[in-house]
Design a protein around this ligand. Structure first.
Ligand code: BTN
Length: 252
């Protein structure tokens, strides 16, 4: 079944809601248009990874954002919008179910230190012009949506596993969208950074900072997020520095 309304496209099954959202953005979808699917057959994760979305178990949706601050440089804009998605999901999980969700910088939402949600923000260009940002959000709602430990690089969980009761996916979606609209209005404000930082996982803890190129593994303490969306850390010699999205992965 498919349902197409002015600002909404629903699919029982689709390759990827981010791919469909990019197609629709190219055809003039309005700001905040929503693509949602019950099942994805080629869900996309960060850095070319696959994202698993079996039917009936997850929230998989993409928002087409067209209206964003012109003042931000591209990497900073993408970092803020990724954080907007993670903040909206973590606030929704707290508000609706009392779950103390954390944001694992830059784009994951953790429950009990396991990944329950991933965010994939992708820029959509028309020539040199940034036409839209596709904000893709995948939440593991039921246990069937969380891949087993051997199949993922960071252990996964689901909202129902942690909550120990069934979750209404549409209610959760509605709360996430409400939070997203609320926080979007504060994207450039200090309050936004503060809310993001308040949910930051591993704060004041030592973590491994893994980097692929050049390959390295460094122990650092997580301090917070910087104004441009970077992660602020301190190494074992007391030196403070910032890391940027795409450069590193964190491991407890
Ligand atoms: C990650 O953690 O690697 C990001 C995962 C993002 C998954 C969501 S599900 C909805 C949207 N459509 C996709 O193909 N990917 C995102």
């Amino acid at each position: 079944m498919e349902l197409h309304l002015d600002g909404l496209r629903y699919f029982e099954r689709i390759d990827s809601t981010n791919v469909e959202a990019a197609r629709w953005a190219g055809q003039g979808a309005p700001d905040m248009a929503l693509v949602i699917a019950d099942e994805q057959t080629a869900g996309r994760g960060r850095q070319g990874r696959k994202w698993f979305t079996p039917p009936g178990a997850a929230l998989a949706f993409s928002l087409i954002l067209r209206d964003f601050p012109q003042s931000l440089e591209m990497p900073h804009l993408m970092a803020r919008l990724t954080a907007l998605g993670a903040l909206a999901v973590s606030q929704a999980l707290q508000e609706k179910y009392g779950l103390p969700a954390e944001i694992k910088w830059p784009n994951d939402v953790l429950l009990e230190r396991r990944k329950a949600c991933g965010i994939l923000a992708e820029a959509h260009w028309q020539g040199e012009q940034l036409e839209a940002v596709i904000l893709g959000i995948g939440v593991n709602v039921a246990p069937a949506a969380a891949p087993p430990d051997g199949e993922v690089i960071f252990p996964a969980t689901s909202v129902e596993t942690i909550l120990r009761k069934p979750v209404d996916r549409l209610e959760l979606l509605r709360t996430i969208l409400e939070e997203l609209l609320t926080w979007r209005a504060h994207l450039l404000e200090h309050d936004f950074l503060r809310a993001w930082e308040a949910r930051l996982a591993f704060r004041q803890e030592w973590v491994h900072l893994l980097s692929d190129a050049p390959v390295s593994d460094q122990q650092v303490m997580v301090l917070g997020v910087g104004g441009d969306g970077c992660l602020r850390v301190r190494d074992s010699l007391g030196k403070e520095f910032s890391v940027h999205t795409g450069e590193v992965r964190l491991r407890p």
